[in-house]
Write a protein that binds this ligand. Structure first.
Ligand code: GLN
Length: 446
């Protein structure tokens, strides 16, 4: 009730929710009360959660921030939300996002921009900006998000909270509306690493409904919180501290690394030489996958359909022209172009080759260090509208997060101070399935 009141009081300023499911939440909370009384409660029983509106939730509007799905009531429940429900959590609503998760500021949503609770003139980051703002504003204790190129870590950093993008395949993608299927990962946005560990315990695990989900035991991520980090080798990539990084952020992240050193970690410089190339590689691969994934929105079976179509072709073209926003159309056009005969080798294949080299660079680094640390973002939150008309400027903000998705690695953003009153995030990158180590490191630091 306290969280629902807070949403009602404050969300007109933040616009972090697209849908609030107050009645269903109160009913679920009453069930949680009974479980607690009966002694059948688990660690997450009764914990209010918000879900990014990219997760299908049965019987509840699921929009993906798009006019295309404004009338879409999901007929089934995603694996992530159904696991969290089974763990006893209570969904209070669905959060705002960039349309189809394409963006870094939550400004491309059909439902208007979300604002950063630290300063409502600034953006909360994106695409999981609604989830990050809701947690940072205390509207909900934790939320889910998805990360295709930084969409959990970057809004977590800009809103001063903790965000974890698990290894690709650790968390099922079933029922999570597809953007770039080889890059998409669901994960938690929370106040602390301990909360993230609790949520990941419930979210992770094999699912036969997602063919890329990995069949591997899920450890108790809370069990290793507090383990000694003496001798842990932390690598600082020189490319993450060079030109383009805000000096205040560099200072805060370096200070955070010093704290880890005091706890016994051994810090050394490393190199991830293809970091710059992650932007062109990602902004070919993600739009290419998006252009095929989004071909399903054609006005035939579900979602938006234009009024009075003249014929089938008119229906397809007008439905898509009217249903999708500008950024989504830009991505579909880039992706379709990159995949077309004659350009495929020059763009898509080249990007895939780069992707492999970027992955190899990480493997070389992980032969020398256990964890990689650096900034999550080059700048703190910027003013609403400041990059709205310049897509390339927006893409460049993703420089430190994209390569982690291209390689399929786990990554985390942990709050590490402020610059001019705006939060700064330190990014921790681990080797495959090393989420427990990242969470422990973040926990000790917090
Ligand atoms: N900003 C990146 C993009 O626009 C990443 C978004 C995401 O991770 N969903 O594609």
């Amino acid at each position: 009730k306290a969280y629902l009141d807070r949403i009602q009081q404050l969300d007109s300023q933040l616009n972090s929710f697209i849908t609030v499911t107050a009645d269903a939440a109160l009913a679920a909370a009453a069930e949680a009360d009974t479980a607690i009384k009966n002694g059948t409660a688990g660690p997450l029983t009764g914990i209010p959660l918000a879900h990014k509106d990219i997760f299908c939730t049965q019987g509840v509007k699921t929009t993906c921030g798009s006019r295309m799905l404004d009338n879409f009531i999901a007929p089934y429940e995603s694996t992530v939300t159904s696991k969290l429900k089974a763990a006893g959590t209570v969904m209070v609503g669905k959060t705002n996002l960039d349309e189809f998760a394409m963006g870094s500021s939550t400004e491309s949503s059909y439902y208007g921009p979300t604002r950063n609770p630290w300063n409502t003139d600034t953006i909360p980051g994106g695409s999981s900006g609604g989830s990050a703002a809701a947690v940072a504003g205390g509207l909900v204790p934790a939320a889910t998000g998805t990360d295709t190129g930084g969409s959990i870590r970057q809004p977590a950093a800009l809103c001063g909270i903790t965000g974890l993008k698990p290894t690709y395949g650790r968390v099922s993608r079933w029922g999570m509306i597809a953007y770039g299927s080889s890059l998409d990962s669901g994960g938690p946005l929370t106040k602390t690493a301990e909360d993230a560990a609790l949520l990941l315990n419930a979210m992770a695990g094999f699912d036969h409904k997602d063919s890329t989900c990995v069949d591997r035991a899920v450890p108790d991520y809370t069990a290793t919180l507090g383990d000694s980090i003496k001798g842990l080798r932390i690598g600082l990539p020189e490319e993450y501290f060079g030109e383009g990084l805000d000096s205040g952020i560099a200072e805060r992240v370096n200070a955070a690394v010093k704290e880890l050193e005091k706890l016994g970690a051994v810090v050394k410089k490393i190199s991830l030489p293809r970091t710059q190339l992650s932007i062109p590689a990602y902004y070919i691969i993600a739009p290419a996958e998006a252009s095929t994934n989004l071909s399903r929105y054609d006005g035939v079976r579900f979602g938006y359909r234009c009024e009075d179509p003249k014929d089938l072709l008119d229906m397809y073209t007008r439905t898509r022209a009217e249903g999708f926003g500008e950024e989504v159309k830009r991505r579909i056009m880039i992706g379709t172009y990159a995949l077309s005969t004659g350009y495929y080798d020059a763009y898509y294949n080249k990007a895939q080759q780069l992707r492999r080299l970027i992955k190899d660079d990480f493997q070389t680094a992980f032969a020398e260090v256990d964890v990689i640390a650096g900034p999550t973002t080059p700048h703190p939150a910027w003013k609403l509208g400041a990059k709205g008309n310049d897509p390339v400027a927006m893409y460049l903000e993703d420089i430190y997060t994209l390569s982690v998705n291209l390689a399929g690695l786990p990554g985390m953003s942990v709050p590490c101070g402020q610059v001019n009153g705006l939060p700064v995030g330190m990014q921790l990158i681990g080797n495959y399935f090393d989420e427990a180590r990242l969470l422990n490191l973040a926990h000790q630091f917090q």
